[in-house]
Design a binder for this molecule. Structure first.
Ligand code: GYE
Length: 355
């Protein structure tokens, strides 16, 4: 891309000289040519705009891969459709970008298009969610969250909560509002719940997708509340679904909170970006939120910088994430022998967050 741009701009410059353009204009064009030649072109295929997490992630990418930082970013919104993302990647290949960044809506079905990027010699960086592919050399590296770990952290929190408040395992009746089916965020969070339910003997009444949106979260929760009369835990695979679920709980004349013995429905959630959701966790309407960090822009920038220097960044980079609790009794959770602190959500904690 840089080479193509240089020759294109060189032609423009010589045309200007031939046409007798003013000297200042020539200087200006040469300056732009130099700038454009130096800039790194990046095609970013984003999943969509389904949640607050996604908007924060888009902002982070756009504010890191800026002209001032030496990038020429081409942003394409996939509207939650893999076909649109594949079309976007093909157009990036056509344009001869220097790098392709992909936040994949789902894990499978990327082989052909990433073969094409590989043949075109364009490095691909996977962000946020993972892909399953035959040849791992079709992407340079991945940066994002460990969703399976996130799910298990939430469930360890629930187990300790049940122990602390003396709730028998057979009295726990969970519904799972899943994310977009087939996305790593959904696969990992659902797997964490299913395995923990088996381990602790909890009853999962139903698992159904809310597509990571508030509207769908409300709709499926309303439907499940009509169907089952003993739901006392709702495991929402993101905050937007949790907001929808809470609306449905209230509309059904029930209460979202931590007092299960008094008939409350305990809401567990993921992300911690949406302000209303965070404030709900502060007041106890949401019992626990596993943070999911969306600030991948600076991370992608660091990866590209190191690839430019000819280095090999880590193939897989997981980001650190906090576990926020509305109650003070649970201090830490342990997953696979590793201990993770639980942060009691306070106004000070909210004020000190990066987003
Ligand atoms: O949790 C959800 C979003 O892949 C981490 O996608 C992301 C998830 C996030 O729509 O809110």
């Amino acid at each position: 891309m840089k080479k193509k741009l240089l020759s294109f701009l060189a032609i423009i410059c010589s045309l200007c000289v031939m046409c007798g353009c003013a000297t200042e204009q020539k200087d200006y064009t040469e300056e732009s040519a130099a700038q454009a030649a130096d800039s790194i072109s990046v095609g970013f295929s984003q999943v969509g705009a389904e949640s607050d997490w996604r908007s924060a992630n888009t902002d982070s990418m756009k504010s890191s891969l800026t002209k001032e930082n030496g990038f020429d970013l081409i942003f394409m919104d996939g509207q939650q459709k893999q076909t649109k993302q594949i079309t976007a990647i093909r157009s990036f290949i056509q344009q001869g970008v220097d790098y392709i960044v992909l936040a994949p809506v789902c894990e499978t079905g990327w082989d052909s298009v990433l073969d094409e990027a590989y043949e075109a010699n364009i490095p691909v960086i996977i962000v946020d969610r993972m892909i399953q592919i035959n040849n791992d050399n079709r992407y340079s590296c991945f940066v994002g969250s460990d969703f399976y770990l996130e799910g298990r952290k939430a469930c360890e929190w629930l187990n300790q909560y049940a122990t602390a408040y003396d709730i028998a395992k057979e009295d726990i009746h969970i519904v799972d509002i899943q994310g977009t089916i087939g996305s790593t965020a959904q696969i990992g969070r659902t797997k964490g719940l299913v395995e923990s339910a088996k381990k602790y003997g909890w009853d999962i009444r139903e698992k159904t997708s809310g597509d990571f949106t508030q509207a769908k979260g409300r709709e499926v929760m309303a439907q499940m509340l009509r169907q089952y009369n003993n739901i006392n835990v709702v495991y929402c695979e993101n905050d937007n679904e949790a907001l929808g679920a809470i609306e449905a709980i209230e509309a059904a004349g029930k209460h979202a909170g931590s007092n299960l013995k008094n008939g409350d429905i305990l809401v567990l959630s993921f992300d911690g970006i949406n302000e209303t959701a965070i404030n709900y966790a502060l007041e106890g309407t949401i019992a626990c939120i596993v943070e999911c960090n969306p600030l991948h822009g600076p991370r992608v920038r660091t990866i590209i910088d190191s690839l430019e220097r000819g280095e090999n960044p880590d193939k897989i980079e997981y980001v650190d994430e906090t576990l926020y609790s509305s109650v003070n009794v649970i201090k830490s959770v342990t997953v696979d022998g590793a201990k993770y602190d639980v942060t009691l959500l306070t106004q000070d904690v909210i004020d000190s967050r990066e987003y």
